[in-house]
Write a protein that binds this ligand. Structure first.
Ligand code: ZN
Length: 96
C-alpha cells in the first residue's frame, strides 16, 4: 500500500485531511480496520458527539441510478470505562 495519498480531485499529494491545492476535504475510510476501534466525531442536532467505533460494513448502492449511495455502518465499541458516546453541548462553531 502506498504511504502517500493523492487528491482524488486534482491528483496533488495529500497529507492530513484537506488538499492544499484545490481544498478538497478527504476522509480516508481505508484507515478503519475491523479489529481496531477508532474515534469518530460529528455534529448531531445541537451537540458534538464522539464515539469509539469499528467500521462494520460499507455498502455501495447503484440501484437508483440518479442517486447512487455509499453507506458506512459503524458499530460502537465501549471504552475501558464503558463509555460509548461522549456528547458536548454548546461548543459548536458551525460554518456560515
Ligand atoms: Zn486537490
Amino acid at each position: 500500500m502506498k504511504d502517500r495519498l493523492n487528491c482524488p480531485n486534482c491528483g496533488a499529494p495529500i497529507e492530513g485531511t484537506e488538499c492544499p491545492y484545490c481544498g478538497t476535504v478527504f476522509h480516508d475510510f481505508a484507515t478503519f480496520a475491523p479489529d481496531k476501534p477508532t474515534y469518530i466525531r460529528t455534529i448531531w442536532h445541537d451537540s458534538i458527539i464522539t464515539a469509539r467505533v469499528i467500521l462494520k460494513s460499507a455498502t455501495v448502492e447503484f440501484k437508483y441510478f440518479e442517486n447512487p449511495s455509499i453507506e458506512f455502518e459503524f458499530m460502537a465499541v465501549p471504552d475501558d470505562d464503558g463509555t460509548i458516546i461522549k456528547q458536548e453541548k454548546g461548543e459548536i462553531d458551525e460554518p456560515d
